[in-house]
Design a binder for this molecule. Sequence first.
Ligand SMILES: [Zn+2]
Length: 534
Amino acid sequence: MRRHLPLALVFVAFPATCHRVESTPATRTSAASAVPDVPGPPAATVTGVLDAAPPPVASLVPFPFGLPSPIAKYSCPVVLAGGPFRAFLAASDTRVAFVDGDDLLAIVNRSPTGALPPGYAPRDLVDLRDLSPRAPSACDAGRACLRREAAIALRRMFEGMRADGLTGRVDSAFRGFGTQCWVFDGWAAKARGGFCEAATQSALPGHSQHQLGTTVDAFTSDWADQGARTGEGVFRNGFGCTRGGRWFDENASVYGFVVSYPIDPDDRKDGSRCQPRADRPVPIDPKTGYKNEPWHLRYIGVEAAARYHDAWVRSGPGTAAEITLEQWLRAQRGLAGDAELPVCDGCQCGACETMDAGEHENPCGDASLLLDAGGRVVFPKEEPRILDAVAKRGTDGALLVRIRVSVPAHTPTQTPVADEEGLRYADGANYRALSPYPSGLEHRYDDLRGAWRVAVGIGTGAERWPWRASLAQAGLGATWNRANLVLPGKAGDVVVRVGVPGTVVRGARLQVTLLRDGVEHGTRQVAVEEAGGG
Ligand SMILES: [Zn+2]
C-alpha cells in the first residue's frame, strides 16, 4: 500500500490591519543563507511499522534534558534501515525520548536527548487560515497548523510585517513524526551523500522543532514569487539578506519568535549577520547542529523571547560568546557547555553521541560518546595516560610540544582540538582566550565536567596550566572548535601537538599533564630540544 503525502506548500498571508506594532528590539541587523533543513524532494513512502522494545529507564535525578520515556513504536524505515545507504541510527537511539513537547522552552535538537516521542503532537493545533482547531492528521495531510498561541502570534507578526510593507507567508509549519520521516527520506534520496548528508540538512524524525507545532519556515511573497519564476522554490540561499530576512532577524522576538539557526559569528563575512564568509567552507554551526536557516522561526512566547533577546544582547553579539536560542535554553536548565553532539546519524561531522552502550554498531564506531539512560556521558573504566612527551624549539622561537597519550575508546574530551599542525598558542593566549583558526574569533574553553584534556604549563604564574588541548582526532576541529563542548577522544595511541610561546617558556621547566575536573594525572617534565637553529 502506498500512502502519498503531499508536500505542503501553503500560502498563508494575513490581511493588513491598522494595528501597527511600534517597538522593535532592533540592535540586530539580519541573517543569511546556506542550505535548507526543510521539505524539498518529492515522494517517498512511509510504510510499515517497526517495533522496538522499550528500554529500562533508570531513575536518575535530576533530568536536565527532560524525563526519559520509553518509545513503544518507532516507525521510520529509512532511519532504522538506512535505505540503500547502509547508514542508520543505533537501535537504542530510537527507543527513548526526553523531550516534553508541550513545554515552549523544550530543547529539541540533533542529540539523543533532544528527541520527541514519535507519538507526540500538540493537542491545540489550529489551522493558520482561520484558527479553527485541527487534528494532527489533518495538519499532516496538507493543512498548515500551529499551536493556538503560536498561530495567533504569527498572525500578529505578519500584521507587523504588512505595516512595514512586507507580505509574510508560511511554507511549512507543524510537521508530525511521520511527515518528518517522509521529508527526511526525500532528502536522503536526493542528497549526494545519501543519509549522512541528509542528516546535516534535514532533522531526523523526532528531532525536528516543527513537531512542536510552534515552528514555521516563513518567507515573503516577493521571495516566493521569484522562486516560482526560476523554479528554485523558497529554500534557497540569499533570503537572510533580503528585506524580509532582515525583518525577521530584527523583529521576530517582539512577537515571541526566534530564528533558531543564525550564522555562527566565526562564519560571518565581515561581521555580516546575513552573509556567510566565502574564504573557507562553512560547516554546520556546532552550537545548533545546523547550517544557517534565516526562515526557521520558533515561537517560545513573548515574555521568554524578550528575556532571550536581553540575554543575547548581553552575551556579546558578533563575538564568539554570542548565544543562540540553544545556549539560552541550555542555560535555563543549568546545562554546561554550548551544545551536545548529534545522534549517530551518519557521522558527517565526525563525532556523535549514542544511547547505545555498545550493544549495537553505530555509524561512528569508537568516535562516539556513550550515554546512560539519563542522557549523561558514560565514562570508560580505563583512564587515558601519557606515554611520552618531547618539545622542540622552532626557528620562530616557539616550542612545539608533542605528547603521546594512550586513550581508551569513548573517553570524553573537549574542544579545542589541534589539527595536524598542532594547536598554536600565541603570546598572551591561553585556553580561556584562544583563536583556534587563522583570522578566527577568540573563544573560551572552560573546563567541562568529566572531560579529559592534555595540558602544558611551566608551573608558575596564576594559571598553572594555561595551554590545553583535546584528545579528539584532528579532523574534528574544523567543525567543533567554534563551540565549547564534549567530544569523544580518538581511541588508541594519540599524538597531540601543542605550540606554546617561546618567550614565556625560555629557561623554565616545561611540564605536561592530563587534566580532568581540575585534577592532574601523570604530570611529568618535558625535555626541550633546543634544535632548529634559533
Ligand atoms: Zn524549519
